[in-house]
Structures are given as structure tokens and as C-alpha cells.
Design a protein around this ligand. Structure first.
Ligand code: NCD
Length: 357
């Protein structure tokens, strides 16, 4: 692999992504051939935020490859509770493990960790920003269940503002030609501007709508998401958004027979349980594809790498990122790194936040 770390799935070329999908399917069909593939290797799972699927999927993936696992799922039981910074945690664990999967509530954490890690970093979710291995799960599901990744009409519904799985999925799917995104949300929870900019710069298209039923007939894929309660500033604000979009059998009457329903899970109440019995519902099989995808990714990332201490990175600008959820807000020693986005606009390299100078 060209990149040592996976902060987003777009860190992989199309060739690398297709190779990983093929490898995932190969492992799925012949799991016995891979029982020792990672023998002697250690995966560290550092989860600073709750998780069921992603954490266990990573752990199961490594165990099924014959490797071993270390890590924490409650940072209060680690030195983080004593005030240890991310740089030190990553530098130390990078000396113990061969690969690290990290989830953190601050946006841009994986990019910051990658800056100090001697071993490959996989972003397992950084706040409301990105979640590349969920996208890997989603693309394997689409590839296997629909047979293609291009020329699809993809509806994304729910919390498109805070849903990191949505951002990563749009970024990756807009690298395939002819995809059309139907963004179904309330105006308050629409996708961030930087994601719209990604679509605008691609050979894909998007529309924004507020009715799930009206969007339904044209969709090849419906990607439902949970309203991300933990990202809201107040409970009232969350309650105003919760329950606005619910997929039930009635709405499915307007959908194509071949449409596939995906959801990164956990579901709260945005999909009625009745829908689970519809053959278009793919969210349980999606979790299985995710485990094989992570096996393929770990195996690929562990191939041909050597532990090397990352070189020092210097600030590119004297400014600070203005996104209050950016990792640079809590980890003050991080260099300020921006790319210039034209005019007076800077884009933070950690969180993609926009800062005006
Ligand atoms: C998602 C996440 O953590 O972003 N879950 C997952 O990893 N499968 C989606 C969510 O929490 O809503």
C-alpha cells in the first residue's frame, strides 16, 4: 500500500481498494487459509468512545487471522485519566503493537495519531468527521449485493451533519463515476460544506431533499443513519431532530424491488423492525462483510512495513483551527497544518474544518 495509515478510505487508490475487496471475499470463502496469516502480530484497539461493532469487528478480524490484541475501551482505566497526551500514548503503544485502530470523540484525532506513530494507524472514527472502515464495510456490501460501485443513485438519510459514516461514504463513492447522492435530512442536519465541495469537484452529483417517501422511487441504495445524540449541544435540540425520518414497510412500497437498505448500526428507531424481514434489508450481512473487510485491510497494511519513528512535522501557518471539535483544541502541542482553499480560507489538515484568516 502506498500510504502507511488509513485516516480515510480515499487514502487507498482504486486499485488498492479493489484488491482489498477481492481479498475480503477470498478470506470469506476460504477462512481456513488465513488462520495464521497474522501470527505473531499484535493489534492495539484504542477506543476513547463507545463501540460494539467496530471494536469487536477489529478484534475478531485480528483473532481470526491468528494475531493477538491489546487495548482499552474505557480511557478512564488508562493513563489518559492521569492526563497523558495523545502523542505519548501513541508513541508508547506504537512500541508494543504492530498496528493501531483508534476511535476518539475529537475530529482529526487519527491524522494527529498518524503523525507520531511508528506503526500503521487505522481511523476507527474521529468524532463526527470520518469512519473509513465503516465505508469499507459499505462498499463491500454494495459491490457484493449490487455488483457495481458506479452509476448508482444513493440516498443518505438522517444525521448527515454529524454522521461520520456518511462523510466517508460520500467521499469514497464520489471517486466512482456517475453516482448520484440524494441527501435526505432536515436543513439543520445537512452535510457539511466540505463534503459538498468534494462532490462538486467529482464526476458525481447531489440533490438535497426533506422527504424520504418522495426520494424513495429513484434509489438504488438507501443508507439510513441514527441521529447522533452525543454530538448535540442540548437534549432539546436532539429531541427536535429525533424521529423525523423513520423507514417502515409503508414507505418501502415506493422503493425499487432491487433497492438495498444499509445502516452502519446501531439502529435506534429510524428503521422499524418489520423492515428487517424485507429482503432488501442488508444491514446485518453488512456487519459480516465488515469483519472480512477489516481482515483484508489489516493483512494488507501489515505487509511490507517497517517500524520507523515518524519525522517531526512543523506548523504551516501561525493560525489555530476554528473548529471547536478539532483535536488541536485539546492537544495543544499539535502543529497547525492547513491547506489553502482559496481567498481567505484555510482547511485544517486534521479535521477539514474551515478557518477564515
Ligand atoms: C457508527 C459510528 O460509530 O459512527 N457505528 C459504527 O461504527 N458501526 C454509526 C453510529 O454510531 O451511528
Amino acid at each position: 500500500m502506498k500510504n502507511k495509515h488509513v485516516v480515510d478510505l480515499t487514502d487507498l487508490s482504486h486499485r488498492e481498494l479493489m484488491d482489498i475487496i477481492s481479498l475480503a471475499n477470498e478470506i470469506k470463502s476460504k477462512p481456513g487459509d488465513y488462520l495464521d496469516a497474522c501470527k505473531g502480530k499484535i493489534l492495539a484497539t484504542l477506543f476513547y468512545e463507545p463501540s460494539t461493532r467496530t471494536q469487536m469487528s477489529f478484534q475478531t478480524a485480528m483473532l481470526r487471522l491468528g494475531g493477538r490484541i491489546i487495548g482499552f475501551d474505557n480511557p478512564q482505566n488508562s493513563s489518559v485519566a492521569k492526563g497523558e497526551n495523545l502523542k505519548d500514548t501513541i508513541s508508547v503503544i506504537g512500541g508494543y503493537a504492530d498496528i493501531i485502530a483508534i476511535r476518539h470523540p475529537s475530529e482529526g484525532t487519527a491524522a494527529a495519531a498518524a503523525m507520531y506513530s511508528p506503526v500503521p494507524i487505522i481511523n476507527a472514527g474521529d468524532g463526527g468527521h470520518l469512519h473509513p472502515t465503516q465505508t469499507l464495510t459499505d462498499v463491500i456490501t454494495l459491490h457484493n449485493e449490487l455488483g457495481r460501485l458506479d452509476n448508482l443513485c444513493i440516498g443518505l438519510c438522517g444525521d448527515l451533519k454529524n454522521g461520520r459514516t456518511v462523510h466517508s461514504l460520500i467521499k469514497t463513492m464520489s471517486t466512482f463515476r456517475g453516482n448520484k447522492f440524494v441527501l435526505i435530512s432536515t436543513p439543520e442536519l445537512s452535510v457539511p460544506q466540505y463534503i459538498k465541495d468534494v462532490i462538486n469537484a467529482s464526476e458525481c452529483d447531489y440533490t438535497e431533499v426533506t422527504s424520504l417517501a418522495e426520494a424513495m422511487p429513484q434509489l438504488d441504495v438507501l443508507y439510513m443513519t441514527r441521529i447522533q445524540r452525543e454530538r448535540f449541544l442540548s437534549e432539546e435540540e436532539y429531541q427536535r431532530q429525533n424521529g423525523v425520518f423513520v423507514l417502515d414497510k409503508d414507505k418501502l412500497r415506493y422503493a425499487k424491488k432491487t433497492m438495498k437498505i444499509l445502516h452502519p448500526l446501531p439502529r435506534v428507531d429510524e428503521i422499524d423492525v418489520e423492515v428487517d424481514y424485507d429482503e432488501r434489508a442488508k444491514y446485518y450481512i453488512q456487519t459480516v462483510y465488515g469483519m472480512y473487510g477489516r481482515m483484508a485491510l489489516i493483512l494488507t497494511m501489515l505487509k511490507n512495513y517497517e517500524k520507523v519513528f515518524a519525522p517531526r512535522v512543523m506548523s504551516t501557518h501561525p493560525f489555530k483551527c476554528s473548529n471547536p471539535r478539532c483535536i488541536t483544541k485539546s492537544e495543544k502541542y499539535l502543529p497547525s497544518i492547513f491547506t489553502e482553499a482559496g481567498g481567505d480560507m484555510l482547511l485544517c489538515r486534521y479535521c477539514d474544518g474551515r478557518t477564515l484568516i
